[in-house]
Design a protein around this ligand. Structure first.
Ligand SMILES: [Zn+2]
Length: 310
């Protein structure tokens, strides 16, 4: 038995999983510089997230990275580099997510195929619809995802605003179609917003995983529902701190979730914009009071177990 599989070895020796890593937030800094230079663009000095900046300001940062990723070549390159980076971090289960409809330099199909070529079987791809988009867009993403081996899931990303015409349940048919096609379903929900959103994601969209869910404990019945249905929370503590969903990484509720039996895994969200990688994110989680060796082993194992597959 090697030290890596010895029960007495520290969790730090375990292969990691990262199920929530956005393509347009996880470019290498050198690649950002190269892609920007090739387009005659200057990299904004305030590109990285800053603590407490708010979700809206954080989401606005993607406008620049997306402007570098409009063409299939750039998408292919970044997907490949993300897989290399994750492997170097000790991540053996990786899912990359992105919204092909936002990369307008080619039809969605060509953008997705470029991402699949870049990933080359080293990561599952999840397609993101965005809060506020017409339900038809998510329906198209479900059909597109179902048509490509290597796509493992459908996501609802971004965040709702009062001005949005479409609501969560308007996306239910698209998520049902995703389920029919064998795709996993995950939803960004409860990212500092009321827990009712998490409940909707599970009951209306059939979410098998929930991104963030920081407000989960405000609703004890919802905790029961999550445990009963085996829904996994994708915890992204650094990102949550940056957007102001939690006041500090140490304030993340993950130790209480683990103690209650809530399935949860640790994810980076955006390695570039949050200047984080999987080992750093896990080390920060491990430093939260209440996270002991057994709890770390549980969340790492859940990351591998909750991966979508078809
Ligand atoms: Zn996310």
């Amino acid at each position: 038995m090697t030290s890596e599989c010895s029960p007495s070895a520290s969790w730090t020796a375990l292969p990691l999983a990262d199920l929530h890593r956005h393509l347009d937030g996880s470019l290498r800094p050198d690649t950002v510089a190269a892609l920007a230079a090739a387009r005659g663009l200057e990299v904004p000095s305030d590109l990285p997230f800053a603590p407490g900046m708010g979700l809206e300001a954080a989401l606005a940062r993607f406008a620049f990275t997306l402007s570098l990723l409009q063409e299939p070549d750039a998408v292919r390159r970044v997907a490949a580099e993300m897989c290399e980076d994750a492997a170097a971090e000790g991540v053996t289960t990786l899912e990359i997510r992105f919204a092909p409809q936002l990369h307008g330099g080619a039809p969605m199909e060509a953008i997705l195929d470029a991402a699949l070529e870049g990933a080359d079987g080293r990561a599952g791809l999840t397609l993101c619809g965005l809060y506020g988009e017409p339900p038809e867009t998510l329906r198209r993403l479900a059909e597109l995802g179902g048509s490509r081996e290597g796509v493992v899931g459908l996501d609802l990303a971004g965040g709702p605003t009062p001005g949005h015409h479409w609501r969560m349940d308007d996306y239910a048919p698209a998520f049902r179609r995703a389920a029919e096609l064998g795709l996993g379903r995950t939803v960004h929900a409860g990212e500092g917003r009321p827990p009712a959103e998490i409940k909707q994601a599970i009951l209306q969209l059939g979410a098998r995983r929930v991104g963030h869910g920081t407000t989960l404990l405000q609703d004890p019945e919802l905790v029961d529902l999550i445990i009963e249905r085996g829904v996994t929370i994708e915890a992204c503590a650094t990102s949550n701190w940056h957007v102001g969903a939690i006041p500090a990484v140490e304030a993340h509720p993950i130790p209480r979730w683990v103690a209650l039996g809530v399935p949860v895994c640790v994810c980076t969200d955006n390695t570039l914009l949050s200047a984080v990688d999987a080992p750093t994110e896990h080390a920060r989680i491990a430093a939260i009071p209440g996270m002991d060796e057994a709890a770390m082993r549980a969340v790492i194992a859940q990351g591998h177990a909750a991966a979508f597959g078809r």
